[in-house]
Ligand binder design. Structure first.
Ligand SMILES: *Cc1c(COP(=O)(O)O)cnc(C)c1O
Length: 405
């Protein structure tokens, strides 16, 4: 059992007052808040051992390098990757997908090859593939979504063929909360010889990830949705694929030897880490993962599911409110629309009451189009949220209705 009040005390931002009201933070799918140990890890690095990594032999450089590399080990364990060098530090999910599209995609996909994504992708798992298609003449195919917000797997299987060379789908939808059956999707893609990338941006804070069990070729996530800092994430890739891929950005750290005639590249993982990385943030993500591990992923998931069930039940009592995304397998994300009220108005009036939700298209414009709506209001719950806060949301929405209708 988790002591939620004790957990809340770890997150100083939860004491903020917004418009004179206690902050109710329900925008966790956009970014989670950071616990004190993570804030301290950042301050400790900058205050006590700030130095550039890998290049120095002085004490601080060695200390920073070893903390930096320790984080790679932690992420390896977190994803259950086989090798440490399969973990590439990135600036986040978006960066990781672009890396794969511009290295694996440009090197190994040819004109007429097909790439499958889904109708519930975040723009960051659509646009990099469209850019690749413009560059090399690949063709994009889209797995449709049913009315409950689940992928239509029969349609996916029909899309698969010998032409399919890459499948890139989201593990957990940020707009609907749907947990996709990615293990099955990966297995089916492999049967036709395609490689697979899974966008884990929303999955890592709610689910236990095992890249070996999934047998995925690539997996990407962002630290900031996992109680860690912004501007930092990781790409997991199978070693033999990463080795075969050309480098992404050129510069320091990613080289072995540079001459004007020919440059040779560094080994994994450094081949993909040009330039000075987000050292502090990389170091702090280790602390974020350890924080979550200490709470216990299963405990966190069980508690969040309790919040999801409670919120779903309470919200559905509100007349005119409809939940978009009623998949059987969901994380604690609730997107909703209210008859006759624009999501923007919901967001503004809830904010006046100190309640932070997200409104709009959630970087999933094609998905909104699929449901025939301009956007939704989205409440997404993290481990520090409470049922009392959900009660405030319900009262808040009743107030919105009184004011607008
Ligand atoms: C947030 C999110 C992204 C993008 O993550 P960044 O940290 O902005 O790069 C991609 N996919 C999903 C499902 C997301 O929720």
């Amino acid at each position: 059992m988790l002591d939620i009040q004790k957990i809340r005390a770890d997150f100083p931002i939860l004491d903020e007052k917004i418009n004179g009201k206690d902050l109710v933070y329900f925008d966790n799918a956009a970014t989670t808040q950071k616990p004190l140990p993570v804030l301290n890890a950042l301050a400790n690095y900058y205050g006590h051992y700030n130095a550039n990594i890998h290049r120095g032999i002085h004490h601080l450089a060695e200390k920073a390098t070893s903390a930096f590399e320790a984080s790679r080990k932690t992420i390896q364990k977190f994803l259950n990757a086989r090798y440490t060098e399969e973990i590439i530090f990135t600036y986040g999910t978006t960066d990781g997908i672009n890396l794969v599209a511009q290295t694996y995609g440009r090197a190994f996909l040819k004109e007429g090859d097909e790439i499958i994504i889904s109708a519930m992708e975040h723009h960051s798992n659509i646009v990099p593939w469209q850019m690749l298609c413009e560059q090399n003449g690949c063709v994009l195919k889209v797995i449709p979504v049913n009315d409950d917000g689940e992928l239509i797997l029969e349609a996916y299987e029909k899309l698969l063929s010998g032409k399919t060379k890459f499948v890139s789908v989201v593990h957990v939808s940020n707009a609907l909360g749907t947990i996709n059956p990615v293990k099955y999707i990966i297995q089916k893609a492999h049967e036709v010889g395609a490689k697979v990338l899974i966008d884990g941006a929303q999955a890592t804070s709610h689910l236990t990830i095992d890249v070996q069990d999934l047998d995925t070729d690539f997996y990407v996530f962002s630290a900031h949705k996992l109680y860690g800092p912004t501007g930092m994430g990781a790409l997991y890739g199978k070693k033999e694929l990463l080795e075969a891929m050309p480098p992404y950005r050129g510069g320091g750290e990613m080289i072995k030897e540079v001459t004007f005639e020919k440059t040779t590249y560094n080994e994994l993982p450094y081949k993909f880490e040009a330039g000075t990385p987000n050292i502090a943030d990389v170091i702090a993500v280790k602390t974020a993962i350890e924080y979550l591990d200490e709470l216990g992923k299963e405990n966190v998931a069980a508690y969040e599911n309790e919040l999801l069930a409670y919120a779903t039940e309470q919200l559905l009592k509100i007349e005119g409110l409809k939940i978009i995304g009623q998949a059987k397998d969901k994380v604690s994300v609730i997107s909703f629309v209210i008859e006759g009220i624009h999501p923007q108005d919901v967001g503004v009036i809830l904010d006046q009451q100190g309640i932070a939700v997200r409104t709009g298209h959630h970087c999933t414009q094609p998905l909104m189009k699929r449901f025939g709506i301009p956007g939704t209001s989205r409440a997404s719950f993290a481990v520090y949220n409470t049922k009392e806060e959900i009660d405030k949301l319900v009262l808040g929405i009743e107030k919105v209705k009184k004011m607008v209708l």
